[in-house]
Design a protein around this ligand. Structure first.
Ligand SMILES: [Cu+2]
Length: 263
């Protein structure tokens, strides 16, 4: 037996008002898309070519770049925060794995005005524990247990031309730091907030997060591999300085592509 339910006059009236005021369907929440780009001095990174020179005059090249971005949150002009909670709110980026350069989390964004975006570079202390990832490629970011465990926040591997024109490898790796005796550990993840200028109607749901790689070596700490050496995993002072620089390495742009969420 079928039951027919007749909408009340109030409901009908509300629907008519909605239709009249919008002239179209009410905006449905949309799925965000995040695109990750990697530039040096304003141009797309060219891997494996010693085309770059940092402010200390170290010629360098980048061969591999792997890192985590997590806890992305979109902040509305009205003061609400919309967290991207899908996939444990963690995304892995690897310039040698094209599929990681785009993230389509199953999170819905209300169509409204947004004024900023916040994310964690790396993984926060509560989540960054050994065993968090059991499958590659994320698993291969593991950080040794004796050094605090969990996972690298970033691995940037390459080479620089040292004094005497010697080519040396660098492993610009960031993870949990520790003191010399291994009794105190330091978290190196950091939070980035960048302005957005999204107004209802522009429906900007595609966010491009660009890492400007050269910024890791510029300010406030001018990087010199001849001083730090190629390995910084066991050098908390160097990792801390790297992170101070890294806080200036990101920018975000947005555009509308009208990807409507489907269940
Ligand atoms: Cu490492």
């Amino acid at each position: 037996m079928k039951k027919y339910i007749f909408p009340s006059a109030t409901v009908l009236f509300s629907i008519m008002i909605l239709m009249a005021s919008c002239g179209k369907e009410v905006d449905k929440p949309v799925a965000p898309q995040f695109i990750f780009k990697h530039n040096v001095n304003g141009f797309e990174l060219q891997k494996g070519v010693m085309n770059y020179t940092n402010q200390s005059g170290n010629p360098y090249q980048v061969d591999e770049l792997q890192y985590f971005i997590s806890e992305i949150t979109l902040n509305t002009t009205a003061g609400n925060s919309i967290p991207v909670t899908a996939d444990n709110a963690i995304h892995y980026v690897d310039i040698n794995i094209p599929s990681t350069l785009e993230w389509n989390p199953k999170t819905r964004l209300p169509v409204t005005d947004y004024s900023s975006i916040t994310f964690v570079f790396g993984i926060n202390e509560a989540k960054n524990k050994t065993g968090l990832f059991v499958n590659p490629p994320e698993r291969d970011m593991f950080w040794p247990d004796m050094m605090g465990g969990g996972f690298h926040l970033m691995k940037m591997n390459g080479e620089w031309k040292a004094e005497g024109d010697t080519i040396k490898p660098f492993n610009f790796h960031i993870g949990t730091g520790m003191n010399e005796t291994g009794t105190v550990f330091y978290q190196n993840y950091f939070t980035v907030t960048l302005p957005l200028n999204i107004h209802t109607g522009t429906l900007s749901n595609v966010f491009t997060i660009t890492m400007n790689i050269e910024k890791w070596f510029e300010a406030p700490n001018v990087w010199n591999w001849n001083v730090t050496g190629g390995q910084i995993m066991q050098n908390q002072d160097a990792m801390h300085k790297a992170c101070e620089n890294g806080a200036n390495a990101f920018q975000v742009t947005h555009e509308g592509k009208d990807i409507v969420y489907h269940d």
